[in-house]
Write a protein that binds this ligand. Structure first.
Ligand code: ZN
Length: 238
């Protein structure tokens, strides 16, 4: 069974009424609940726990880590970021959600600023499936409409993704690469845009479907350990 650790900064939902109304137990509990319902073995971890809840032991037992953060990216200890980075390179899947685009771990893995445009006016978003054959798009349909959301617009300063699964259109005219797949080392990374803390976006079944598909896609696959360094003799030819 795939083991998932749902990580959340968990600050907005404790401090802001608007966020608490939508996610009374925190965004992590909402995500953990629907992933559990779909058969994943799920635990949660939050910023204010010791080592942010991401000890060696927890990460060693995590197939896929999901990451939601916003206002406290700088409070994530570099040592923990290193630890997560190493795990991704050795095969752990990582889902970076919404404002997680500015997290230390995502910036480290991308090597770019990961900056973007934004505007929070409750605009409509249409999230178009541009790669319908991709496993993350399975059962999603041509388009997801989110009636009210925060806008993110291009330029999104990330490397060109290995696969772009969703592209968003916003009422104000901006567009955004909302579903981006990457590989770093043996690990699979998916960036998924929707999910501002004051809109009930993770309660929407079609969004839950994408997160579920992405969790399955990012799960580690068996690979043979590569060898490195000097090879004194070429392999025998047959
Ligand atoms: Zn936001």
């Amino acid at each position: 069974m795939t083991t998932v650790t749902v990580w959340n900064e968990y600050r907005h939902e404790r401090a802001d009424d608007a966020a608490r109304d939508v996610y009374p137990d925190g965004i992590h509990e909402t995500i953990a609940e629907f992933l559990e319902d779909r058969g994943f073995d799920v635990r949660t971890a939050t910023l204010d726990e010791p080592e942010h809840g991401l000890t060696e032991e927890v990460l060693d037992d995590t197939d896929v880590l999901t990451w939601w953060g916003h206002e406290a990216h700088d409070e994530v200890e570099n040592e923990v970021v290193e630890r997560v980075h190493e795990q991704v390179l050795s095969g752990m899947g990582l889902l970076v959600l919404h404002s997680g685009h500015f997290s230390k771990i995502f910036k480290r893995l991308m090597g770019t600023t990961c900056d973007l445009k934004w505007r929070d006016e409750g605009e409509k978003e249409r999230l178009w499936t541009v790669e319908p054959g991709h496993p993350i798009a399975e059962g999603v349909g041509e388009c997801i409409e989110i009636p009210e959301t925060e806008m993110y617009g291009e330029r999104f300063d990330v490397p060109a993704p290995d696969a772009l699964v969703f592209t968003s259109w916003f009422e104000g005219g901006e567009v955004f690469r909302s579903g981006c797949c990457y590989r770093r080392g043996a690990g699979r990374i998916f960036y998924f845009r929707p999910g501002h803390e004051t809109y009930p976006i993770y309660h929407r079944p079609e969004i839950q479907r994408v997160v579920t598909n992405a969790t399955a896609w990012a799960s580690p696959v068996e690979i043979s350990e590569p060898s490195f360094g000097n090879v004194p003799e070429p392999p025998e030819s047959e």
